[in-house]
Ligand binder design. Structure first.
Ligand code: SF4
Length: 94
């Protein structure tokens, strides 16, 4: 299979502690069923261990031009896959 078409390869960075998702993002995720009413994430195929790690990660998003929580990035329509510490991002306008 050919390589997925993507515009950006964005480094995934890590920071200490837990980081909260913004209320806007949470509301979006609840609407699309990725989070329940209590704020628990419901991501398919993501183990609790992986989730814990994802909560500490962020990307410097080239589209939003700001630091973006990895979980927000993971559910973003531009997200294609995660390869070797990088996000393959379609780079479309959001
Ligand atoms: S997938 Fe979305 S959040 Fe992640 S880097 Fe691309 S545009 Fe930004």
């Amino acid at each position: 299979m050919g390589e997925l078409e993507h515009k950006f390869e964005v480094d995934i960075k890590e920071r200490e502690g837990r980081h909260k998702l913004s209320d806007d993002v949470k509301a979006e995720m609840k609407k699309s069923g990725l989070m329940d009413e209590k704020g628990k994430l419901k991501l398919k195929g993501v183990s609790p261990k992986m989730l814990k790690r994802m909560k500490q990660e962020f990307v410097e998003c080239p589209v939003l031009k700001e630091d973006t929580h990895f979980i927000q990035c993971f559910v973003c329509p531009n997200f294609q896959s995660r390869v070797m510490g990088k996000v393959l991002c379609k780079g479309d306008k959001l």
